[in-house]
Ligand binder design. Structure first.
Ligand code: FAD
Ligand code: SF4
Length: 521
């Protein structure tokens, strides 16, 4: 073999940089399923199944072209269990002159593979990942000299550079860059109307085998596989995109922050996993959304809101990850040291909002952004969970979880552990925020208006406790001024009562004492 082209589980793009110039007469592709990728964090069954199913379909597609694909399956007897081990085994056998890889999306994986190449003395060629619209150099240039990075300015640059949603004069369509204020709707008491279930992709024979392997090899791992219906090929991913643009994009914007118990998808695209596996190119997703606006099929506010997530946030978090790794993962600006409560792995918890978000996460491998940020993330932040523990949870449970995107969102945006790189202030709120955005509180034994007493909502208690614990630091942040000022409303007795209740919640595994856990029916 002349060139051994390394294709990782989240690089399933036949047009990817590493495969450019592939010569079927002399080159081979190398892919490996390894246990380490599911055990370094306690990866849930849906997440592992999606990776394996998509990888096997991609392998079959390349082999269908007549390409040589060296592939280790997770159940192979000789499988050493680690990417480095499998790559070393392949190199010894195939003796390639050179290894070619598209830059991995995970710092740990990149370091491990580079070390193999160095140890075995094989030439190692790493190519930039063209999947992203912003190269790492470009992001570094954007960041250079700025005291503080802000997504909004980056996003505007990207809109201009890639000519997305601009009018004939090169100005933002509609005269405004950002329609976020129009995108904070919640549902009426009767609930969301006009919901249509997203297109499903029932497992075919290849996926069923992947699922069976996961059930056998990772039997003790959390999560369920009964409902597995993710797109696992490029053709399916394209269909999923079409389905979203046709049936949900129009209402995406208005309801992107809303939560409704038992309705996991609402008007979300459900495309993150397909994009992160590289089955879909962000350019085609952005173009499809813009075309819907130009064709009068979706409002500007909705389309702008959606495009901002992809052209803005998704590119931005990747830039932040590579700008600050590897030290970023160790950050703990608020010195949070609590253990992650066990209920994050079971969903057995009396708080209705957390129960719904966590159960849905374990059953489907999915929760939408506000569930992640303002339910599970918010609770962990205010409880004071060690950022590295909650990071490992997020990386394990979602089908779209890959470190370059998961880490800045978790450690930075949701836990404020980076001290303000990702977010200009900690996202903290009482249970009243969840009440406003969802129907969860109506059926919950707690009351979001109360911060102490038997029925006090733990979010509300922990909110005030968080402000009290970090008062000095937060008072120095102009964006927190109003929230910190409200502390003056609490007299010494009220403060004491709040802190005492917060302490009992912490001592009781993150749950108010006496509330009991609600087991799954
Ligand atoms: P939609 O709501 O339909 O949004 C459209 C697309 O925009 C998504 O598919 C995604 O590609 C992109 N997007 C939206 N928000 C973000 C964001 N904050 N950062 C990057 N891209 C974004 N996203 C991941 O892809 N992988 C993760 O591991 C991940 N972990 C997260 C952890 C936390 C604590 C938080 C708060 C957010 C996380 N996100 C992650 C971002 C976001 O929640 C998911 O991308 C989104 O919920 C996926 O569902 P969807 O495809 O239906 O998205
Ligand atoms: Fe969640 Fe509090 Fe509302 Fe219960 S009352 S659903 S715990 S926010």
């Amino acid at each position: 073999v002349r060139n051994l082209v390394v294709v990782l589980g989240d690089q399933l793009d036949a047009g990817g940089a590493a495969l450019e110039g592939f010569d079927a007469t002399t080159d081979a592709v190398w892919m490996a399923e390894v246990a380490e990728e599911s055990t370094h964090v306690w990866s849930t069954q849906p997440r592992t199944a999606l990776f394996l199913a998509a990888m096997r379909h991609f392998r079959d597609e390349l082999r269908g072209r007549g390409w040589r694909v060296e592939y280790s399956e997770i159940g192979d007897k000789e499988n050493s269990g680690s990417l480095a081990g499998e790559l070393a085994r392949a190199v010894r056998r195939l003796k390639p002159e050179r290894m070619i890889v598209t830059q991995p999306g995970d710092w740990r994986v990149r370091a491990a593979l580079e070390a193999v190449a160095a140890e075995l003395g094989v030439m190692w060629e790493e190519r930039a990942d063209r999947h992203f619209l912003c190269s790492l150099e470009e992001f570094r240039t954007h960041a250079a000299g700025r005291k503080q990075l802000r997504m909004e300015f980056f996003y505007r640059e990207m809109r201009r550079k890639h000519r997305v949603l601009l009018d004939a004069n090169g100005e933002p369509e509609g005269g405004q860059w950002n329609y976020d204020p129009e995108n904070r709707g919640s549902f009426a008491k009767s609930g969301p109307e006009g919901l249509r279930a997203p297109k499903r992709f029932p497992p075919d024979a290849v996926t069923r085998r992947a699922i069976a392997d996961v059930e056998r090899i990772f039997a003790k791992h959390p999560g369920r596989l009964e409902a597995f219906d993710w797109p696992v090929t490029r053709v399916q991913a394209r269909e999923a995109l079409e389905d979203f643009v046709k049936y949900r994009l129009e209402r995406f914007g208005e309801f992107q922050d809303a939560i409704w118990l038992g309705e996991p998808w609402l008007f979300h695209s459900r495309l993150s996993a397909a994009m992160n596996l590289k089955l879909l190119d962000p350019r085609e997703v952005i173009a499809a959304a813009e075309a819907a606006y130009r064709g009068g099929k979706a409002s500007l506010a909705s389309v702008e809101g959606f495009i901002r997530q992809i052209l803005g946030w998704r590119e931005y978090v990747r830039g932040v990850y590579w700008l600050h790794m590897p030290e970023y993962v160790e950050r703990n600006a608020l010195k949070a040291e609590e253990a992650l409560p066990g209920f994050y792995w079971t969903g057995e918890v009396p708080m209705a909002c957390l129960r719904d978000a966590i159960r849905q996460t374990l059953d489907l491998g999915y929760a939408h952004h506000i569930q992640r940020l303002m339910v599970t993330g918010l609770y962990s932040l205010m409880l004071g969970v060690k950022p590295q523990e909650i990071h490992a949870w997020y990386l394990a449970v979602y089908v779209d979880a890959v470190e370059w995107v998961e880490l800045p969102n978790t450690l930075g945006m949701s836990q404020y552990a980076d001290g303000g790189v990702m977010a200009s202030k900690p996202y903290v709120a009482t249970g009243n925020y969840i009440k406003r955005m969802s129907n969860a509180c109506a059926g919950c034994r707690f009351d979001p208006a109360q911060s102490t007493g038997e029925r006090a909502c733990p979010f509300t208690t922990l909110y005030w406790d968080f402000l009290l614990r970090h008062e000095r630091r937060l008072a120095a942040n102009p964006r927190m001024g109003l929230q910190v000022k409200n502390l003056a409303r609490l007299d010494a007795k009220a403060r004491e009562a709040i802190q005492a209740r917060a302490e009992t919640i912490r001592k009781n595994g993150g749950v108010p004492p006496g509330a009991g856990a609600e087991a799954r029916a």
